[in-house]
Design a protein around this ligand. Sequence first.
Ligand code: PSU
Ligand code: MN
Length: 305
Amino acid sequence: MKEYMSYSEEVTYALEHNLPIVALETTIISHGMPYPQNRETATEVEQIIRDHGAVPATIGFLDGNIKVGLNANELEEFATNKDVAKVSRRDIPYILSSRKIGAATVAATMIGAQLAGIHMFATGGIGGVHREGEITWDVSADLTELAQTNVAVVCAGCKSILDIGRTLEYLETCGVPVVGYQTQSFPAFYSRDSGFAVQTSMESPETVSAMLHTKWQMGLKGGAVIANPIPMLDAIAYEEIEDIIVQAMHEANKHGISGKQVTPFMLAKVKELTGGKSLAANIALVKNNAKLAAQIAVALKQNNK
Ligand code: PSU
Ligand code: MN
């Protein structure tokens, strides 16, 4: 396994000194945001994690390795290269053996993080059960990864391009804890409230870390979803975004978009239809999640003393 892992200097130092580390994904950079906002956001998010006492580890696939921690040139490559593959669990063997460049989804980032011994991960939104998933069977591999890999994901819930109710049901089936951070409602990415309740609500990084510590000490495998609502000032009203999502779905159907193309297509369409407002919201919520993930990572190190 070691032959497939490659660590940045910063992450190597953090691992050697048992410092708190927060994993970050590359799909959000390569397929989730346009240039140059993708590179700028990735760099700022890393700094937010450092400012809150943890070390960032952005994870991607390059030259036959799982890269844990990217330097500035590598980040630029993920932000600009048009041939970056979108890599989930099933794609990992081929992307490594062919030595191609690949961006890690939530599922693939969790796998890389676990191999590196990292337990916290911050992103924007997780994948889930797509609308009409009962017909298409389009259910993100992020959900089955959360069932089996011991990495907690701080996110702003999931987008309502997904069927949020079914996504939560699936997570329950998989035994994945879903925590609302200072909220009783599962957030819907751009909006603070999806209309679906969370299983538990927690108020501080310490209570979240205590729960995670207990789960893993018990040997209950799998991750957890820490759902952190978008900051009030950056939120978009649910009704406003719902109209746009229905329009985007219509376009996706018209163009015959399916499989792994669905999420990137929907993200780009929503951005176009909101005139960039969705991008500003996306950036704000990712930064907010990075801060919380760093705080939980710091608290987890206290639990593990
Ligand atoms: N949801 C978002 N932004 C994203 C993604 C999801 O709001 O960038 C990305 C993440 O990398 C996630 C992936 O893991 O899309 C899910 O893709 P799929 O639905 O094909 O599993
Ligand atoms: Mn899918």
